[in-house]
Ligand binder design. Structure first.
Ligand code: CP
Ligand code: NVA
Length: 303
């Protein structure tokens, strides 16, 4: 793995990431630190807001013995027209890795083309690979593996796209309940189906949220209005209303675990009762971003 721009870049490496992350997690609980990235630096470029991604990457670098630099894209020369290529080539002379959260997936691909150090996608309009690798780690931790079915209910967005690919890669069944016109990316769905044929994962896309969650071991949702889609807020609120993850919808599955990448819009895509309920594993999901990112960083930037 030289970059992690799509979750597909982790093909064949997921099990190794999970094992390393479990090791980092166990060590941290015992107060031990593996300083695998001593004197290494990660540049973190953010075009959009972040709480979890920013903090977990920065803490991960500190605990690995390295350092992270936060770069708000609006304060960089990028904003004044410096090209992505020049930015990539210059940063590659200073740092050992670049993490970027960007609006356009193509910009991250472009950064990766010019950088001579690993580039990590910290979320784009198309994918959120670090989130989903970490979510798969959480599922493995809670369920002991990937037997069973994950139901994603809501917007077919970046998280949904990476989940489709990720579930297909590990052989977990996934069904997506979404309104017509708000489905996952067509190219991603095709790729996920191609992978699923080899791994035996079943993929279903439906307009009916109850059908999606039927028999699900896990129900996953995300915001109805992702960063950058604020202008579509009203029409999205109308379209997604029947897709709220609430007690009634959850009762159509048999005591499923509840996942959400966070931040949540409480009372919209999910109710307080479900987000804070006994099946919710959202805080474990958030915590695991730290342990899994350490594994990703050590693999990409280590010896
Ligand atoms: N889940 C996630 O990526 O959260 P942030 O937007 O806070 O980084
Ligand atoms: N789909 C959301 C995820 C945030 C972590 C967004 O892109 O805003």
């Amino acid at each position: 793995m030289s970059h992690l721009i799509s979750i597909l870049d982790a093909e064949g490496k997921l099990e190794a990431v999970f094992e390393m992350a479990a090791d980092f997690k166990a060590d941290l609980k015992e107060g031990r630190f593996q300083e695998r990235l001593r004197h290494r630096t990660l540049a973190m470029i953010f075009e959009k807001s972040s709480t979890r991604t920013r903090v977990s990457f920065e803490v991960a670098m500190t605990q690995l013995g390295g350092h992270a630099i936060y770069l708000g894209a609006g304060e960089m020369q990028l904003k004044r027209g410096e090209t992505i290529g020049d930015t990539a080539r210059v940063l590659s002379r200073y740092v050992d890795g670049i993490m970027i959260r960007a609006y356009r997936h193509g910009d991250v691909v472009e950064l990766g083309r010019h950088a001579t150090v690993p580039v990590i996608n910290g979320l784009t309009d198309l994918e959120h690979p670090c989130q989903v690798i970490s979510d798969l780690f959480t599922i493995r931790e809670k369920k002991g593996g990937f037997d069973g079915k994950l139901a994603y209910v809501g917007d077919g967005n970046n998280v949904c796209n990476s989940l489709l690919l990720g579930c297909a890669m590990v052989g977990m069944d996934i069904s997506v309940g979404r309104p017509e016109g708000y489905g996952p990316d067509g190219g991603i769905l095709e790729k996920a189906q191609e992978i699923a044929e080899k791994t035996g994962a079943a993929i279903a896309i439906t307009e009916d949220p109850r059908e999606a969650v039927k028999g699900a071991d896990i129900i996953y949702t995300d915001v109805w209005v992702s960063m950058g889609q604020e202008a579509e807020k009203e029409e999205r609120m109308r379209a997604f209303k029947p897709y709220q993850v609430n007690a009634e919808l959850v009762s159509a599955a048999d005591e499923p675990l509840i996942m959400h990448c966070l931040p949540a819009k409480r009372g919209y895509e999910i109710t307080d009762e479900i987000l804070d309920g006994p099946g919710s594993i959202v805080l474990d999901q958030a915590e695991n971003r730290l342990h899994v990112q350490k594994a990703i960083l050590a693999m990409l930037m280590g010896e």
